[in-house]
Ligand binder design. Structure first.
Ligand SMILES: [Zn+2]
Length: 285
């Protein structure tokens, strides 16, 4: 990716190029994201592949607690004896007791649930709730935690300040094979918060965006593009309402909706917008 930064493809949901975990290496090492628990063997093999002993991993930075980002953290801290999990203060309780989180994922994803692995509770002393702007040193890298609500209220991005690399988690959408996709799942997607976050991230002037889903995109243009996409997406769902009609409109506009995975992700994002609109209406906005 860049000097001392590796992208491990964790074959999320059994597919290549959809879910990643970043590895920062040096005298100390760190992971950005943990994948699901099913990713753990690949992550450990990746460490071994670049010659990083397990004791060298000091931090696991998770952008948020959704299972495709933090589900594997509990299994990882058992394997990485010095690692602490850096998480938003509002996300920490879901990592020490994942039961609510797991129940909500089960409800949201139905029969895809086994693909999310299992979430092992993380002991409090292995968690590190990060404040906005807090800095972490990892060898030659410095990572700054950036509160970035919108996809979820407890979302963090991480800016690698030396090279200007921004780990976007899901705050800047999904970037798969050169196309941006909305990441607006239930229960807490919030358009206004997302747009504020994108403006804030642009203000950091990143040199490159490192998407969890999936990989590096040079420049910061993806942030602006995602803001445009989100406005359009929420309007589309608000206009069409019904899931089938949204998919039909996407297909008409040339989106690749025939793949089952893409379709299910999009439908989940439609439901997230429905919940957002219902909340907005309830507030009388
Ligand atoms: Zn995700």
């Amino acid at each position: 990716m860049a000097e001392g930064v590796y992208l491990l493809d964790v074959w999320q949901f059994g597919q290549p190029g959809t879910g990643g975990v970043y590895l920062l290496s040096g005298a100390e090492a760190a992971l950005v994201e943990a994948g699901t628990s099913l990713a753990v063997p690949r992550i450990l093999a990746g460490l071994e592949g670049v010659g990083i002993p397990r004791e060298a991993v000091r931090w696991i930075f998770v952008t948020h607690v959704h299972l495709d980002h933090a589900g594997g953290a509990g299994a990882l801290v058992r394997e990485l004896p010095r690692a602490q999990v850096v998480v938003h203060p509002r996300g920490a309780k879901h990592l020490s007791d994942p039961s609510k989180l797991v129940a909500s994922v089960r409800e949201a994803v139905g029969d895809r649930f086994p693909l999310y692995g299992e979430a092992i509770p993380i002991p409090e002393e292995r968690l590190f709730p990060a404040q906005d702007g807090e800095r972490f040193t990892v060898g030659a890298h410095t990572l700054r935690a950036v509160f970035s609500p919108g996809h979820a209220p407890h979302h963090l991005c991480f800016l690698e300040e030396v090279k200007g690399l921004l780990f976007t988690g899901d705050a800047a959408g999904l970037y798969l094979e050169g196309r941006l996709y909305p990441a607006t799942p239930p229960p807490s997607f919030d358009l206004a918060a997302s747009l504020d976050t994108l403006a804030r991230l642009q203000g950091l002037n990143p040199k490159a965006l490192l998407y969890t889903h999936f990989g590096l995109r040079p420049g910061a243009e993806g942030l602006e593009k995602y803001g445009e996409l989100l406005r359009w997406w929420v309007e589309l769902v608000e206009g069409e309402r019904e899931e089938g009609a949204v998919l039909a409109e996407l297909a008409r506009q040339g989106w690749p909706v025939e793949g089952e995975r893409v379709r299910e992700d999009l439908l989940m994002s439609v439901r997230g917008v429905h919940m957002y609109l219902a909340r907005r209406e309830a507030k009388g906005a």
